[in-house]
Design a protein around this ligand. Structure first.
Ligand code: NAP
Length: 294
């Protein structure tokens, strides 16, 4: 890669940011397409985001990704918001067009795209069960609802957060969302689980349970109610196979990890910045090289 006076610069704002896979993923795509672009990590400390967002205009950055802990604060600092970013209250991609900053949320749409690509699952015909109600759950729930999911059940250790997310979906979309009780200490199948898993075709695990280094953890869902009719996605990508995925696969489900979502949120950001279709396989290979190097 040769940097010149004409190079378009984009990057990622996060803290910490040094473990991000995004620079490798995007720079591999720029190189493959011989684009005079560069993607740079920027360590933006908590409290430093407003200044960093101003610098997008001042330094004429073409755009940035935004990651932990800044996604929600970023939504209040841009000029415009996409529908998904407005509804989820979080921005993971900013596009700079002539000094006007538009905030997007490609996390949820990246999830939908990867789901369709990997599993062929139909999101607009059967309900989904979403485990967790944090930032990733919010992005996924909003994207599913905006893309035609008819209904969803949301279950979270802290029930108030699940109720808040249901309210957001019910008040703003045509999707019907309801709270499902956290399965412990409920008996398997109790508290609506039999009905929910009986109608659902998709189960999305969005909690950090099972993420490195806590690889022994998994949410205590009633696995006896899962079967081959369920597509299960665990948003965790490190490790690439979680204890939850193993339990669901043993119950007969088709299981997928979070790499596809990570890849496609990046693909969509790339498209927003450059207006071009990136080499998805090159980006995927770069992600796997990062994972193997861990
Ligand atoms: P977050 O906003 O901090 O939310 C964390 C969620 O996990 C909450 O629902 C929390 O429940 C739950 N949780 C955490 N520890 C728990 C425990 N011991 N028992 C029960 N519930 C627990 O985090 P996030 O940004 O949503 O990220 C969540 C996961 O998604 C992470 O593993 C992250 O790597 C993954 N992710 C993947 C992608 C991708 O591209 N594949 C993108 C974003 C995130 P409470 O509300 O009760 O605390």
């Amino acid at each position: 890669m040769e940097i010149s006076g004409k190079t378009s610069v984009c990057g990622i704002f996060g803290y910490p940011v040094e473990h991000s896979f995004s620079p490798a993923m995007h720079n591999a795509a720029f190189k493959e397409m011989s684009l005079d672009w560069a993607y740079v990590p920027f360590a933006v400390k908590p409290g430093g985001l407003a200044g960093a967002v101003r610098s997008i205009r001042n330094l004429n950055l073409t755009g940035v990704n935004v990651t932990v802990p800044h996604k929600q604060a970023a939504a209040g600092l841009v000029d415009r918001l996409s529908p998904a970013a407005r509804l989820s209250g979080a921005v993971n991609t900013i596009v700079n067009r002539g000094g006007v900053l538009t905030g997007h949320n490609t996390d949820g749409l990246g999830f939908v795209r990867s789901l369709e690509e990997e599993s062929g699952a139909e999101i607009n015909s059967v309900p989904a069960v979403i485990i967790g109600a944090g930032g990733a759950a919010r992005a996924v729930a909003v994207a599913l609802a905006l893309n035609g999911a008819p209904a969803m059940f949301i279950v979270n250790r802290t029930a108030e957060r699940a109720a808040g997310l249901c309210e957001l979906i019910n008040n703003n979309t045509g999707c019907r969302a309801s709270v499902l009780g956290w399965p412990e200490p409920y008996p398997p199948g109790g508290d609506g689980w039999a009905e929910a898993l009986g109608s659902a075709g998709l189960v999305v695990q969005t909690t950090s349970m099972g993420m490195h280094p806590n690889t022994g953890q998994f949410p205590p869902v009633p696995f006896n109610l899962l079967n081959k009719g369920h597509v299960v996605v665990d948003l965790i990508y490190n490790p690439g196979r979680t204890a939850f995925m193993n339990m669901c696969e043993a119950a007969g489900c088709r299981v997928y990890n979070g790499i596809g979502m990570l890849l496609h949120q990046g693909v969509m950001a790339f498209e927003l910045w450059t207006g071009r279709t990136p080499p998805v396989d090159v980006m995927r290979a770069a992600l796997y090289r990062c994972l193997e190097a861990r």
